[in-house]
Design a protein around this ligand. Structure first.
Ligand code: SAM
Ligand code: DTB
Ligand code: SF4
Length: 324
């Protein structure tokens, strides 16, 4: 076993990652990095299995926040069909369909800065209804107070998605309407309520490699590693400030996934937004780097995702099976 991997194995589940140690992983020759990531991956997961979740936007657009990447911000002029909070029956219909198509987790997203208490009455009904179908539930609703996370937990919520998005240093270039600390506070409330944490970020927003290092450092040095780590490749949406961001080298994206896998060995690392513009070959490298979860279904929240037929063919070509 190579010396660096021995260190990783011995110190498994580290929460004290330094920027230097993370940079050293990024700097490894590509083949070496992939080899190490694959070895760590195989210690904890079946390398031929992929977890799939379906996404539904339950409230779309007119968000007061100014996230530079997001088509749902009221401050940008992306083309978008604005929709108020979806009725319960429509949500359950979409969840049933997702279940029949093979998804075991149903993720519901709302374009809110944070939910109001009356919004929570409606979403707790959605959680109960989706759980009753025998599916895991995930929600992403913006910032939450401690009391609100307790309500979600009591309703049976399995996962809450709240991303850090980027490094603390680069954050101010992307969002000005809420702070990094606001995000960390919400994550602490989610964790304290006993809800599984889904937390990751976006790559390709014009950040430097040291920002990618900073993001992963923040993710891995939380009191517990997030159970699920979505790594999104920026979807450049017309009308948003990042519409013409420079395209990131896809191998740098693969490296980011590999480093995330090594740093958070037991977490599900999700190859999230951005698959629509990736070749099958790039996605195969992402799985080799240790990604073992994807969003499944033609649409993310508002932007396209690969068709289910395409994904099934890809999994078949790679000999991968969907986790039940
Ligand atoms: N409004 C809530 C919030 O921001 O917490 C929940 C929904 S928000 C759309 C969920 C996540 O989607 C964001 O944190 C961001 O990481 C991701 N996202 C949004 N737009 C994206 C884009 N154009 N490309 C990649 N990821 C994106
Ligand atoms: C996450 O990290 N990625 C998903 C999910 N969490 C909610 C959202 C991706 C959104 C991409 C842009 C859109 O479709 O609006
Ligand atoms: Fe609103 Fe979430 Fe989009 Fe930011 S990412 S503008 S908070 S919907």
């Amino acid at each position: 076993m190579n010396a660096r991997l021995e260190t990783i194995a011995a110190d498994e589940l580290r929460y004290d990652w330094t920027a230097e140690a993370i940079s050293a992983l990024f700097d490894l020759p590509f083949m070496e990095l992939m080899y190490q990531a694959q070895q760590v991956h195989r210690q904890h997961f079946d390398p031929n299995k992929v977890q799939v979740s379906s996404l539904l936007s339950i409230k779309t657009g007119k968000c007061p926040e100014d996230c530079a990447y997001c088509p749902q911000s009221v401050r940008h002029d992306a083309e978008l069909t604005v929709d108020p909070l979806m009725p319960l029956d429509d949500v359950l219909l979409a969840a049933k369909k997702a279940k029949s198509q093979g998804s075991s987790r149903f993720c519901m997203g709302a374009a809110w800065r944070s939910p109001k208490d009356k919004d929570l009455d409606a979403v707790t009904d959605m959680i109960k209804g989706v759980n009753a179908l025998g599916m895991e539930t995930c929600m992403t609703l913006g910032m939450l107070s401690q009391k609100q996370t307790q309500r979600l937990k009591e309703a049976g919520l399995d996962y809450y998605n709240h991303n850090l998005d980027t490094s603390p240093d680069f954050y101010g270039e992307i969002i000005t309407t809420r702070t990094y600390q606001d995000r960390l506070d919400t994550l602490a409330h989610v964790r304290d309520a006993g809800i599984n944490v889904c937390c990751g970020g976006i790559i390709g927003m014009g950040e430097s490699r040291s920002d990618r290092v900073g993001l992963l450092q923040q993710l891995a040095n939380q009191p517990q590693h997030p159970e699920s780590v979505p790594i999104n490749m920026l979807v450049r949406v017309e009308g948003t400030p990042l519409a013409s961001a420079a395209e990131l080298d896809q191998l740098e994206f693969v490296r980011t996934l590999a480093v995330a896998r090594i740093m958070m060995p037991r977490s599900y690392v999700r190859l999230s937004a951005g698959r629509e513009s990736m070749s099958d070959e790039t996605q195969a490298l992402c799985f080799l780097a240790g990604a073992n979860s994807v969003f499944y279904g033609e649409k993310l929240l508002t932007t396209p995702n690969p068709s289910m037929d395409h994904d099934m063919l890809l999994f078949e070509k790679l000999g991968m099976q969907v986790m039940q």
